[in-house]
Design a binder for this molecule. Sequence first.
Ligand SMILES: *[C@@H]1O[C@H](CO)[C@@H](O)[C@H](O)[C@H]1NC(C)=O
Ligand SMILES: *[C@@H]1O[C@H](CO)[C@@H](O)[C@H](O)[C@H]1NC(C)=O
Ligand SMILES: *[C@@H]1O[C@H](CO)[C@@H](O)[C@H](O)[C@H]1NC(C)=O
Ligand SMILES: [Zn+2]
Length: 323
Amino acid sequence: MVSYTGNTGSMLLLLVLTLITLSLSHTDFCYDDGQCDPYAWGDYYPSCHPLLDAHHSPIDLGQQEIRDGGLDALELSGFNSTPTGRWRLTNQGHSVVLEVGGGLSVSGGGLPGSYRTVQLHFHWGSASSNGSEHTLLQQRFPMEMHIISVKSTYPNLTAALDDPTGLAVLAVFIDLVYVDNDNFLQISSALPFITYKGQEKSIRPFPLLTLLPHANLSQYYRYHGSLTTPPCSQAVLWTVYEVPITISWQQFELFISGIYSTQEGAEHAVLLQNNFRHIHPAYSTVYASRHAHLLSSTPQQTTLTLTLTLTLTTLIPALGLIS
Ligand SMILES: *[C@@H]1O[C@H](CO)[C@@H](O)[C@H](O)[C@H]1NC(C)=O
Ligand SMILES: *[C@@H]1O[C@H](CO)[C@@H](O)[C@H](O)[C@H]1NC(C)=O
Ligand SMILES: *[C@@H]1O[C@H](CO)[C@@H](O)[C@H](O)[C@H]1NC(C)=O
Ligand SMILES: [Zn+2]
C-alpha cells in the first residue's frame, strides 16, 4: 500500500512537472481572442499577475500627479536628423514594430543617464473602441505609440529587464483627424506590405522628431512602471506626453482593418485589434513635468459649469423666459 501511494505521488509529480513544462513552453500571448486576454498573462508570466502589488503599467493619468519643477524636456539626440541605412517595419503579431538603427538616444528630463533608442511600436483599438494603453482622466485615445530606449550600459533590451530603470519609454497618444499626417506616411504606406504576422518591410529612415508632439515636448507625465506586454518587467521609466499627435482616419484604418495577428494562409485569419493592456492602480508617485498643463484642473471647470448651470436654472424661470 505504501508503494501504491508512492506511485500515485510520483505520477502526480510527473503530471505537475509536465504541466509546468507545458506552461513554460507557452511563450506566446494574446489580447482578446475569446480564450485568453491580458488578465490571464500571469498564468504563464508570473510577473504579469494583476494582483501583485507592484509597478504595473499602464495607468490612468491626470488626477494624481505631483509637479516636479526639475522635469524639463528630454534631450532627444539624433531625433532631428535623417539616419542613414534602412529601418525595418515588422508585423510581430501583437503589434507593428519599427526597428530603428543606431544614432538615436534619449537623456535628461530626470532620466538617470543615457538610453539608446531601439524601436517603436503601436497599440490600437477597433472601429468601435479606442485603444491607447494609458488613459487621461479615464479617457482612452484611439492609439498610442511607444518609443523604446535601453540604458546605454546594456547590450540589448533583454539584458536591461532586471534593472528597475533599465528602459526609458516615450509614450505618445494618437488622435484622429480628417487630414493625413505626412510625417506618418513612411509607416502607414508600408502597412499593406506587412498584413500578416512575421512579414516585414524595409523603410527609409526619417527624423523621428516629426512623430512627436514637437511643440509640447516639455509637457509630460513621469512614473516608474512596467512593460505592458509579457514578461511585464518592472523596468520602465515612463514619459507620457500630455499632448497627442494626430493621424487621419484613413491611416488609422490601415491598422485596425489591415493588420492580422495570424500568419499568411492561417486557417482562421484574425485581425489584430484592441492590443492594449488593462489599467492598473499607480503604485508609486506620478510626476508632472514643470510645464505640464495638468489637465487635472478639469474638476474646477466642472464646478464652474455646475455653478453656472445652477445659476441659469434659477435665473431663467425668474426672468420668465420659460413658458
Ligand atoms: C475615443 O477617442 C476620441 C477621440 O480622441 C474621443 O473623442 C472619445 O471620447 C474617446 N472615447 C472613449 C470612450 O474614450
Ligand atoms: C543580450 O545580452 C546578454 C548579455 O550580454 C546576452 O547574454 C544575450 O545573448 C543577448 N541577447 C540577445 C537576444 O542578443
Ligand atoms: C502646446 O504648446 C504651445 C506652445 O507652448 C501652447 O501654446 C499650447 O497651449 C500647448 N498645447 C497644449 C494642448 O497644451
Ligand atoms: Zn507598447
